[in-house]
Design a protein around this ligand. Structure first.
Ligand code: GDP
Ligand code: MG
Length: 539
C-alpha cells in the first residue's frame, strides 16, 4: 500500500510539474494541495487513525462522541452552536506531532485496548452560524484519515451536506462512513425506510460503497457497530494511506480532463516541409544559390577566359562579396542579404501557425493553444538565426585545380598570338620600308603554304577562344553543381534552426501532454484502470 501510494504520489508530483504553466491553475490547485498534504501526513504517525465525526447541527455528533469515548468530553445541547473547537479523544499514546499538525488543542486520553491508535475528533457543525466553525470543519475534513458523517432523520438529505461535501468526496468511499443517528425517534419500519432512502441519496452522490449504520447516541443502540467499524479501521492501520490514496485519485480528473486523445508526438511531414520552404525563402536561399552560381562562373571566367577580354569581367562585382557572404563558413559574419520582405515574413508566420495548429489539432482543452504558442514562441529569433545559418553554410568556393592549368595555357596561347601579331607587324613595317625602297623585304616562312606569323596569330587567338568557350561550358556545369551543393547545405542548416526553434518546442509540448497523461494514469492507480475497463465494457 505504502509503495503503491509513493509511486502514485510521485506520478502526481510529475503531473503537477508538467501541468504548471500549461493548464489552468484552477485545475492544478487540488493536486498541489494533495501533494503538500500527503508530504506532511506521510512524515507523521502513519499507524494512528484520525477519525472525525462531522455533520449538521444537532445531529448528535458530540453525543455520539461521548458515547464512543465513554466519557462526557464534549458539550451537547439543543442550544446552538455548542461545539466551537474540535475535541480529540485519544486511545493509546497521544500522537502529539500529528495533533499539532491537525491543530487540535483539546486532547483527552480516554483509554487503550482495541481502539488503541485511534484519535477521534468531535468537529463543529459544518452548517454552523459561526463562519469560523465552518472553516474549521472544512480544514479538518481535508486532513483526517476517516470521516464519519453523523446525520439525523430530519437532515440526512440536506442539500449542503451532499453538494458541498459528499459528492466531491465520491472517490473517498473507503475513507468514510455514515451514521444515521437518533434511530430512537423512528419506528423500526420508518427507520428501515429512512436508512434505505439515505443509501439511495448516497448512491446518487456516487457513494454506493460507503457503510451506513443506524444508531442512537442517547440510547446506545447501534453504537457498538460504530465502535466495531472504528476497531476494524484502527486494526488495519492503513486509514491514513487509504485517505491519501483517495486524495491522489481525486486530484487526477481535473488534470486529466483533456487526456484520452492518442497523439503522435511529432510534427507532420507536410507542415514541416511547408515551414522549411517558407524559411528558405525568407533566408534568401534562392538569392544565395544564384549568387554562388554566378560567382563561380565569374571567377572561372577570370581564371580561364580569353585573356584579351576577360579583364572586362572585373568591372562587375563578385556576387558573393556583394552579399558579404564569406567563402569559408563563418557564423559570426552578418551577411548583407536583404531582410525578409513582408510577404516572406507573412509566409513564415502562416507556416508557423499552420504547423502549431496541425500538431495540436487532435488535442482538446487548452492544449491546442499551448502547442500553437510553442510554435511561435521563438519567432523573433528566427531572422537572426537564419542569417547566421546562411553565413555559416559551406558555399564551397574553392578554386578547381584545372583553372590554373587552363590559365597558364591561355597565357601561352595569348603569347603565341601576340608573337604572330608582332611578327606580322614587323613584316608590315619592312614591307612599307621596301615599298619606299629603303629596305629589302624579308621572305615569310610558310608551312604548307600558310604563312607562319599568320598561323601563330590566328591559331593562338582561335585556340584561346576555343579554350575559353570549353572552359565556360565546364564552369557552367560546375556552377550548377555548386549551386546544388549550396542549396543542400543551406537547407540542412535551415532545417537545424527550424528544429531547434520551432519543431523541438512543439514536440516538447506534445510529449509533455503524453507524459502528463501517462503520469496521471499512474497517479490514478487501479481506480483509473477500473474506470477504463468499465468504459471499454459493452453497455
Ligand atoms: N433522541 C435523540 N436525541 C439525540 C441523539 N443524539 C443526540 N441527541 C440530542 O440532540 C441534541 C444535539 O446533540 P449534539 O450532540 O450536541 O449534536 P451536535 O451538534 O451534532 O454535536 C442534544 O440535545 C442531544 O441530547 C439521539 O440519538 N437521539
Ligand atoms: Mg456538537
Amino acid at each position: 500500500m505504502r509503495r503503491d501510494l509513493d509511486h502514485r504520489l510521485a506520478a502526481l508530483v510529475r503531473a503537477v510539474e508538467l501541468a504548471d504553466g500549461r493548464l489552468d491553475e484552477e485545475a492544478i490547485a487540488p493536486a498541489r494541495g494533495v501533494v503538500k498534504r500527503a508530504g506532511e501526513r506521510l512524515g507523521l504517525d502513519l499507524e494512528a487513525t484520525v477519525a472525525a465525526l462531522a455533520g449538521p447541527t444537532g445531529a448528535g455528533k458530540s453525543t455520539l462522541f461521548n458515547a464512543l469515548a465513554g466519557a462526557e468530553l464534549a458539550h451537547t445541547s439543543r442550544r446552538r452552536p455548542t461545539t466551537s473547537a474540535p475535541t480529540a479523544a485519544i486511545w493509546g499514546e497521544a500522537p502529539d506531532a500529528l495533533l499539532d499538525w491537525l491543530e487540535v488543542p483539546l486532547r483527552h486520553i480516554v483509554g487503550d485496548g482495541t481502539l488503541s491508535g485511534l484519535v477521534l475528533l468531535d468537529l463543529p457543525d459544518f452548517d454552523s452560524v459561526e463562519e469560523s466553525h465552518r472553516l474549521e470543519v472544512d480544514r479538518l475534513v481535508e486532513l483526517v484519515d476517516l470521516l464519519v458523517w453523523v446525520v439525523d432523520p430530519q437532515k440526512y438529505a440536506d442539500a449542503a451536506l451532499h453538494e458541498r461535501y459528499l459528492r466531491p468526496l465520491a472517490r473517498h468511499a473507503g475513507s468514510m462512513a455514515v451514521v444515521l443517528n437518533q434511530s430512537d425517534v423512528l419506528s423500526a419500519d420508518a427507520l428501515r425506510a429512512c436508512r434505505a432512502d439515505l443509501v439511495r441519496v448516497l448512491a446518487e452522490d456516487g457513494l454506493e460503497d460507503v457503510p451506513v449504520l443506524a444508531a442512537s447516541a442517547t440510547t446506545g443502540d447501534g453504537v457498538r457497530a460504530v465502535t466495531e467499524l472504528l476497531e476494524e479501521r484502527v486494526a488495519r492501520r492503513e486509514a491514513a494511506l487509504e485517505r491519501l490514496s483517495a486524495d491522489v485519485a481525486s486530484a487526477v480528473p481535473a488534470l486529466s480532463r483533456h487526456c484520452g486523445a492518442e497523439v503522435e508526438a511529432s510534427v507532420g511531414r507536410d507542415e514541416r516541409a511547408r515551414l522549411l520552404a517558407a524559411l528558405a525563402e525568407a533566408a534568401g536561399v534562392p538569392t544565395v544559390v544564384s549568387a554562388v552560381a554566378r560567382a563561380h562562373r565569374r571567377r572561372g571566367a577570370l581564371a580561364t577566359g580569353w585573356p584579351f577580354v576577360r579583364w572586362l569581367r572585373r568591372f562587375r562585382p563578385d556576387p558573393l562579396r556583394r552579399l558579404r557572404l564569406p567563402d569559408r563558413p563563418d557564423e559570426a559574419t552578418h551577411t548583407s542579404l536583404p531582410r525578409p520582405s513582408p510577404v516572406q515574413r507573412a509566409g513564415v508566420d502562416s507556416a508557423l501557425r499552420e504547423l502549431g495548429a496541425g500538431a495540436g489539432a487532435a488535442l482538446s482543452g487548452p492544449w491546442p493553444g499551448v502547442v500553437r504558442s510553442a510554435a511561435t514562441a521563438r519567432e523573433d529569433e528566427l531572422a537572426d538565426r537564419l542569417d547566421r545559418a546562411v553565413a555559416g553554410a559551406d558555399v564551397r568556393m574553392r578554386r578547381p585545380r584545372w583553372w590554373r592549368l587552363a590559365g597558364v595555357l591561355q597565357v601561352l596561347l595569348a603569347l603565341v598570338a601576340v608573337a604572330g601579331a608582332v611578327w606580322l607587324a614587323v613584316l608590315a613595317v619592312l614591307a612599307v620600308l621596301g615599298y619606299l625602297q629603303l629596305a629589302e623585304a624579308l621572305p615569310t616562312p610558310r608551312v604548307d603554304d600558310v604563312p607562319v606569323p599568320t598561323m601563330l596569330l590566328v591559331g593562338g587567338a582561335a585556340a584561346g577562344v576555343v579554350l575559353a568557350v570549353l572552359a565556360r561550358m565546364v564552369n557552367g556545369l560546375g556552377a550548377c553543381r555548386r549551386a546544388r551543393g549550396t542549396a543542400r547545405s543551406l537547407r540542412a542548416r535551415i532545417e537545424a534552426v527550424a528544429s531547434e526553434l520551432v519543431v523541438e518546442p512543439v514536440e516538447a509540448e506534445l510529449r509533455a501532454h503524453g507524459e502528463l497523461c501517462a503520469a496521471l494514469e499512474q497517479a490514478g492507480g487501479s481506480g483509473g484502470l477500473r474506470r477504463r475497463l468499465k468504459a471499454l465494457a459493452p453497455a
